[in-house]
Design a protein around this ligand. Structure first.
Ligand SMILES: [Zn+2]
Length: 135
């Protein structure tokens, strides 16, 4: 949802226009999740929601917590329910985590990230399936 970033640069992070854009992004994610739930597909697919960065004032070039702290959310049959992730998470961890969820070998790849083993549900019986979307 690149519009959120554009609005933040133009009007400022935490501006009313930015917060309105966040509401729209949240509504879009909610719509996606409701649609998956109503069709029963939430039992087959994991949904990962993340941001690439936060911001402060009108940019994201300074190393403040508001810039560096992002949401990283996974919901679905392969993830633990209502589990707050412990420790630092990087967007570099996303691809290895997706591979881990899907039980795709990734250890041989030169990635800097690592799978977030702590979010995995215990006792799942089959690999998760991928559902890709861009919003
Ligand atoms: Zn930006």
């Amino acid at each position: 949802m690149g519009t959120t970033d554009l609005i933040a640069h133009r009007y400022g992070f935490m501006s009313p226009a930015y917060l309105k854009q966040l509401e729209q992004a949240d509504a879009a994610v909610g719509y996606l999740w409701r649609t998956l739930s109503e069709s029963g597909l939430d039992q087959r697919y994991n949904l990962i929601v993340q941001s690439d960065h936060g911001g402060r004032d009108h940019d994201h070039t300074t190393p403040h917590p508001e810039v560096l702290t992002i949401p990283w959310i996974c919901s679905g049959p392969s993830s633990r329910k209502a589990y707050p992730i412990e420790g630092p998470v990087s967007i570099l961890d996303t691809a290895p985590t997706i591979c881990r969820l899907m039980e795709v070998a990734h250890e041989h790849l030169p990635w800097e990230g690592r799978p977030l083993e702590q979010i995995l549900a215990v006792g799942k019986s089959e690999p998760a399936q991928a559902l890709w979307t861009t919003m």
